[in-house]
Design a protein around this ligand. Structure first.
Ligand SMILES: [Zn+2]
Length: 101
């Protein structure tokens, strides 16, 4: 698996410079059920296709990025800062305040 991720600070960089932070999930409300919280922490969709993910530029600018990546082809459609609205038509803005939030 080798592909480039276009970092917003550093430009296109090899994926080996980044740390994968997982898919972005909507965080449940504090009063959500135990089942909702368990799903949030332990259940992953493991999408075959377009997915919104966290990537950390560990050996670069050390910033977290939101990446729209096709998990089958590894084509990166979009990179943006956390909290920015998606530019890809049809995509909803994720609740991306930070990893684990
Ligand atoms: Zn960077």
């Amino acid at each position: 698996m080798s592909f480039l991720i276009p970092c917003l600070n550093c430009g296109p960089r090899p994926v080996g410079e980044f740390r994968y932070g997982g898919e972005i999930l909507k965080r449940p409300r504090p009063e959500a059920s135990d089942r909702d919280w368990a799903n949030y922490f332990y259940v992953r969709r493991n999408t075959a296709g377009p997915e919104t993910e966290w990537w950390y530029h560990k050996f670069g600018c050390r910033q977290w990025l939101v990446v729209e990546r096709d998990t089958v082809s590894n084509v990166v459609a979009e990179t943006r800062w956390p909290g920015e609205a998606a530019q890809t038509p049809g995509k909803k803005a994720p609740s991306d305040k930070g990893p684990g939030n």
